[in-house]
Ligand binder design. Structure first.
Ligand SMILES: [Zn+2]
Length: 85
């Protein structure tokens, strides 16, 4: 997976469109991976593909993308908060 391509795609998305792709970075090993987010759900657990660590959201965040991703999750992008979980 090419990280530069992923970032470019996100930057080119229209501002009123919900971005469903996020570059998630592991706080443990720094491994980054481009992931697709579900539009109506939150990913609460994410296993790093680099070191295998199970990531959980930081306190105050609704999902791992809000904590570790380059883009917040779709419900937060739409409403500013997450009422799904
Ligand atoms: Zn990791």
């Amino acid at each position: 997976m090419n990280a530069d391509v992923a970032l470019k795609d996100v930057a080119c998305a229209p501002p009123d469109e919900v971005v469903t792709r996020s570059l998630i970075q592991c706080p443990e090993c720094g491994h980054r991976r481009d992931e697709t987010m579900p539009e109506d759900a939150c990913i609460y657990y994410y296993e790093c593909t680099g070191c295998g660590k199970l990531l959980r959201p930081l306190s105050g965040d609704c999902c791992v993308f809000c904590s570790y991703g380059s883009v917040t999750c779709p419900p937060v992008q739409r409403d500013g908060n997450c009422d799904v979980c």
